[in-house]
Design a protein around this ligand. Structure first.
Ligand code: SF4
Length: 580
């Protein structure tokens, strides 16, 4: 009725679609629960096409289009349609009570809840959290330590999406762990499988002297937007979104499906001058592609609306049959930006703003070493202190001690970075020495060689069945060896070790990138090893590394990397010539 206000109409529409979803669910469970609830038709009456309804409808319709075209859905798509993973929660609770793991397609479904069965490598679950912008409160950090001790292996890792993972959670403890997270104001919902992953942002947001935008409110709003809209789960494939506020520590937004980059628009181009988001799309470095500049700029306050529209176009268009081609990049490759952005505009029912490249001021450069050590904040007399972790790992005692330090000397925030470490912010000048001493006392460092500071490694074969090598172990061996032989690299250098083509540690963007390989030895044996890449980069130096040499045994990598670094130092024209 026209008598209703827009808000009332929205509410009623939501109510009606909810009722339709429930009616549909009576026909069949999960995504497939779409048959409208109606009286049984007469035996010879023509069968009406089932009409999708409710929050899952856009997914069902997309799947149906592939099937109508005679294509076969991937098993994961069928699994989502047969039983929506959120509807399986009670079943997962029963399995936990019976001490059974969710395996095969249930392993896929339980990833919607943030639990991953990681057998046979470890016969246990790994839980990946969601921490928007990578910032959590010290008391939450302590709470994660308590949960990791009670239900997991007694340690956690900072991930390459500025997030936390806890491993060695047994079958009985999976559900208590994720419910415990909710009790402390955190969640793991949607952190795995075909969902929008943890929202990253500039780790120094709000304290960074050079930032253009404090990314925290945007990451937070998008986080809650996703969490509370079921239609935004169960995408064709995983989906990454990042907000980079142009601070000193890179958020690697150009490796995301959507990268919002804070930029300054200059006067004189017929566009309101000031700070906007520049929209970059289609990053997936494991597939050798960075997010590309679309030429679109977005008012700061419109970021969530635009991201929502992009995701909905992707839901309708992404490949549901071949998971290797199901990322946003492939829709963009097939359609081109023009068509894709046109669909986004239809979804938004509004025009996007285009800005010529010359209207955008150059962005402030990031500092590749600002995530380690003491750095002055924009608030006079305060500092952030970057704590080095051994490839992201901390035990629970260290986590509690860091929480204590943050509460006693800092602003109570723990800030995780995509460089697998964390920052303690808000430390007064006069407390810096004490904080550094306390961090040293728990076996962690606030200084690191450039090689150690730029070292990134995925889980590797200690905890991931896909890995061909012990990435963390060999990455650590490389840094220990370089530091041990007294080789000083006086420019920033990134070494990224990843275990498989999924490239969780983004080997293609490292100055030196390693991807795990089984290296043949003798007639029919093989050992852990790597193919080595060089020349990757990110941000203004964005480049995909090129393969240099194949099948280097893991134990030989430290010496090979030493040679590469010595070669660079000996032959460069001067310290301004980067490794790349
Ligand atoms: Fe596992 Fe591969 Fe990701 Fe490493 S890159 S954590 S091996 S999936």
């Amino acid at each position: 009725s026209e008598d209703f206000s827009p808000d009332q109409k929205r509410y009623l529409e939501g109510f009606v679609s909810g009722v339709q979803a429930i009616r549909g669910a009576r026909g069949a469970p999960g995504f497939g629960g779409l048959a409208p609830f109606q009286n049984q038709p007469a035996a010879n009456a023509p069968q009406a096409e089932p009409v999708p309804a409710g929050p899952d409808a856009i997914h069902i319709e997309a799947m149906a289009r592939f099937e109508k075209a005679g294509k076969k859905l991937s098993p994961q798509e069928k699994a989502k349609r047969d039983e929506h993973p959120f509807d399986a929660y009670a079943r997962f609770k029963t399995m936990a009570a019976e001490n059974k793991y969710a395996k095969q397609l249930d392993d896929f479904r339980i990833r919607f809840h943030g639990l991953f069965y990681v057998g046979p490598t470890q016969d246990s679950y790994m839980c990946r959290l969601r921490i928007h912008n990578g910032v959590l409160k010290a008391w939450q950090f302590r709470g994660v330590a308590d949960l990791a001790e009670a239900y997991g292996g007694g340690y956690s890792h900072v991930t390459t999406r500025a997030n936390l993972q806890v491993r060695e959670i047994n079958a009985q403890n999976g559900i208590p762990f994720i419910e415990g997270l909710v009790d402390i104001g955190l969640t793991s919902k949607g952190s795995g499988a075909d969902n929008i992953r943890n929202i990253t942002g500039t780790p120094t947001a709000g304290v960074d002297p050079q930032e253009l935008v404090d990314t925290r409110p945007y990451a937070r709003e998008w986080h809650h937007h996703i969490l509370n809209d079921r239609s935004l789960y169960g995408l064709p494939r995983k989906f990454n979104v990042a907000f980079d506020g142009a601070g000193r520590i890179a958020a690697l937004e150009d490796t995301n499906d959507i990268g919002f980059q804070a930029v300054e628009v200059k006067d004189g181009f017929g566009i309101e001058a000031g700070v906007w988001w520049r929209l970059a799309l289609g990053g997936v470095t494991g597939h050798r592609d960075f997010a590309r500049d679309t030429g679109v700029i977005v008012p700061l306050a419109q970021a969530i609306k635009v991201a929502d529209a992009i995701v909905r176009v992707f839901i309708a268009s992404g490949d549901r049959t071949d998971r290797n081609k199901a990322r946003l990049k492939y829709v963009l490759d097939a359609w081109g930006f023009g068509t894709f952005l046109g669909e986004v505009e239809k979804q938004l029912d509004a025009k996007l703003v285009r800005a010529p490249a010359e209207a955008v001021a150059p962005r402030p450069e990031s500092d590749r070493l600002a995530h380690i050590g003491v750095h002055p904040q924009k608030q006079s007399g305060l500092n952030w202190i970057g704590v080095g972790l051994n490839l992201g790992r901390m035990d629970c005692a260290q986590m509690r001690a860091l929480a204590d330090i943050s509460q006693e000397f800092g602003d109570g925030d723990i800030r995780l970075t995509v460089w697998q470490n964390l920052l303690i912010s808000g430390v007064r000048d006069e407390d810096v020495a004490e904080v550094e001493a306390r961090i040293a006392a728990i076996g962690l460092a606030t200084t690191a060689s450039n090689v150690r500071a730029g070292l990134v490694a995925c889980t590797g074969n200690r905890g991931c069945k896909f890995s061909a090598a012990d990435t963390k172990g060999f990455a650590d061996m490389i840094a220990t060896h370089i530091d041990g032989v007294g080789l000083t690299v006086d420019t920033p250098i990134n070494i990224h070790a990843t275990g498989c083509h999924n490239s969780c540690a983004q080997h293609y963007i490292g100055d030196i990138g390693l991807i795990g390989a089984r290296v043949p030895v003798g007639e029919d044996d093989s050992v852990d090893g790597f193919h080595l890449h060089v020349g990757g980069g990110f941000g203004t130096d964005a480049a995909i590394g090129r393969e240099l040499v194949q099948n280097v045994r893991g134990e030989d990598c430290p010496a090979v990397v030493e040679k590469m670094l010595r070669g660079y130092l000996a032959r460069r024209s001067g310290p301004d010539e980067t490794f790349a």
